[in-house]
Design a protein around this ligand. Structure first.
Ligand code: SAM
Length: 275
């Protein structure tokens, strides 16, 4: 059998291996081959790339990745899905030795060998932001990627300062890369059909602006500022910065009476450095 997975086969495999998609694990499988090819294309996957997929499920996107990448590493939490994946790849004419399936929780992701160069995933929705930030942190080899997330989450990830969607994920993600919207995906291409819309987000890595100690300090400030986002910065950060909060913020060239949502990552970094 050649080509990618179709809707009929996806249901057939799920029935055969006894998988009844659960909401808890965000199991909404893509049943449209064109969408899978579109996602891989929007990530500009090269034939030299080692692609990382988080949550391969029944393999819709995995097979599209095997068409383009040199190797695919897939991390799946559900052991029944993980076990079936190599057989699905082989049945579709792919070399299963180019696919490594790791049965694990991506929330515990650590460095991988070989190091993946591109991330392409339809992320499990309940953990999409922490998993994405963890992948950025633990896998510096990732040069780019495209992830599918709930549209609301995509809006937050790509939000600009001063907008209502701008929050801690938007600022933190910028430590590692630039994120842009890569389009919407119709809910009709999933099985089961989810009750939320989905969107694609593309990221391209840039050089990180500092070492790990600076990143931790900066992230603590971002978390503090957005935990009380209606407060002025000097109030929201008073616990972290102590009685001289205003002076520290000012010495970083930031107005302590603005809210955290007005600041870009570079502002938080300067406050961290002024501490
Ligand atoms: N990539 C497949 C597709 O597009 O059809 C499935 C995507 S589905 C939205 C999310 C997948 O992530 C499911 O297969 C689910 O079992 C898996 N998953 C859920 N939580 C996970 C976690 N913490 N770590 C790794 N995989 C997880």
């Amino acid at each position: 059998m050649s080509g990618l997975l179709g809707a009929h086969e996806i249901r057939e495999i799920a029935t055969r291996i006894g998988v009844n998609p659960t909401k808890k694990l965000g199991q909404n499988f893509v049943v449209d081959a064109n969408t899978c090819r579109r996602i891989v294309k929007s990530a500009d996957v090269l034939d030299t790339d080692i692609a990382l997929e988080i949550g391969p499920g029944l393999g819709s996107l995995t097979l599209a990745l095997l068409e383009s990448a040199a190797r695919v590493v897939a991390i799946e939490i559900d052991p029944r899905l993980a076990a079936e994946l190599p057989a699905t790849a082989e049945r579709h004419g792919f070399d299963a030795s180019l696919l490594e399936v790791i049965t694990a929780d991506a929330m515990n992701l650590e460095a991988l060998d070989p190091a993946p160069t591109v991330l392409v995933a339809n992320l499990p929705y309940n953990v999409s932001v922490p998993v994405l930030l963890r992948a950025f942190e633990k896998l510096p080899s990732l040069r780019a990627g495209v992830v599918m997330v709930q549209s609301e989450v995509a809006d937050r990830l790509v939000a600009k300062p001063g907008t209502k969607n701008y929050g801690s994920p938007s600022v933190k993600a910028n430590w590692w890369g630039t994120l842009i919207s890569a389009g919407n995906v119709s809910r009709s291409i999933f099985w089961p059909v989810p009750n939320v819309d989905s969107s694609l987000v593309r990221f391209d890595r840039h050089e990180v602006p500092g070492d790990e100690a600076l990143r931790r300090k900066t992230f603590a400030l971002i978390e503090g500022a957005f935990a009380q986002r209606r407060k002025m910065l000097r109030g929201a950060l008073s616990e972290l910065l102590g009685p001289s909060a205003s002076a520290i913020i000012e010495s970083a060239g930031v107005d302590p009476t603005v809210r955290g949502e007005a600041l870009v990552l570079a502002d938080y970094i300067r406050i961290a450095q002024a501490q």
